[in-house]
Ligand binder design. Structure first.
Ligand code: C5P
Length: 313
């Protein structure tokens, strides 16, 4: 039926599409503890949202469907394993509704890249459906649903900069100055569980300490001084990602040689992240990485970026 005239719409339900913009993340510190009995790892995970965004549009429909556009759209699952679809299902079930929504994902965040692209779409779909269905679910409940969807999903909702503890889902906001980044997108993805399993294998004979947020890193993050932050960046998953994808070493080296202040694997990879002094340095490092033949594509971005946000219609 035409927009605005659906007689069956429950009160509060919008009939016009709702679009939510949601950022990617980079982990400036990812301290990983030993595997827990439930298979997850305790983390001290300092998340930083960066200005690479997906957009999820929710439109009333006769059934739950997902479509995707963007250069890597063919790598995005469109079934119920997509966190956007799962978010709609969980929210609808809580509200006693049928998830009669079409979710369209405009995909710019690298897929299976260690930048929480799938988590971002879950958080965005949750907020879009909550708005479309006029539910006004309290923020705390939305965060609970996010945590049910995945360890990184709560951060995608809140954005900015935060310390994640537990399996990464318990968030404390932290202060962050502004920074500039280059990201190198690798060919193919890496499976997060596989990278954690490789971490377990590589640390099997070592005593893995309790993960702790680094005071020096938090101070550098707050200061906005890129040299100070560069000296403190740390990712405990990097050896595991490099072990599964040794070719990432050449990408890290190419970015460092081009003048990046620091080079590291983003989260579980295989995207690599390069901290640079300013926008000009970002353009230079991105051009050098593009010319190096060690990655598939590059993106430049700044941080921090806001969390999931409903766009004006
Ligand atoms: O929470 P999420 O579903 O995103 O986690 C995906 C997988 O990553 C988990 O099944 C687990 O293998 C691994 N993981 C972990 N410890 C964490 C977060 C994720 O081992 N803190």
């Amino acid at each position: 039926s035409p927009e605005g005239t659906r007689p069956e719409s429950p009160e509060g339900t919008r009939t016009t599409p709702v679009t939510v913009r949601v950022p990617a993340k980079v982990n400036v510190q990812l301290a990983v503890g030993a595997a827990r009995p439930d298979g997850f790892h305790d983390l001290a995970n300092v998340f930083l949202a960066v200005s690479l965004f997906d957009e999820v549009t929710a439109t009333p429909a006769d059934a739950l469907t997902v479509t995707c556009e963007g250069p890597d759209a063919d790598k995005v699952p469109l079934d119920r394993t997509n966190l956007a679809a799962r978010a709609a299902e969980i929210l609808a079930a809580r509200a006693g509704l049928d998830p009669l929504v079409h979710l369209h994902i405009a995909k710019h965040i690298p897929v299976a890249g260690g930048m929480a692209g799938g988590s971002a779409d879950g958080a965005a779909a949750l907020l879009a459906c909550d708005t479309l269905w006029g539910l006004n679910t309290p923020r705390e409940e939305l965060l609970d649903i996010c945590a049910e969807l995945g360890s990184d999903v709560p951060f995608s909702l809140v954005g900015g900069a935060a310390l994640g503890t537990g399996r990464g889902e318990v968030l404390t906001p932290v202060t962050a100055g502004s920074f500039h980044w280059v990201f190198a997108v690798a060919d193919g993805g890496l499976s997060t569980p596989a990278v954690f399993r490789e971490f377990d294998r590589l640390t099997a004979d070592a005593a893995v300490p309790e993960p702790q947020a680094s005071p020096a890193l938090l101070a550098a993050l707050a200061s906005g001084d890129p040299e100070a932050l560069a000296a403190t960046l740390a990712n405990d998953l990097q050896p595991a990602a490099l072990s599964l994808r040794p070719s990432l070493r050449a990408t890290l080296d190419a970015g460092a040689a081009a003048g990046a202040l620091a080079a590291l694997v983003s989260g579980s990879g295989p995207t690599t992240a390069f901290l640079v002094a300013d926008e000009e340095a970002a353009a230079k490092v991105a051009a050098a990485l593009d010319a190096s033949g060690t990655c598939r594509a590059t993106r430049t971005a700044s941080s921090p970026a806001p969390g999931a946000t409903v766009l004006p219609s």
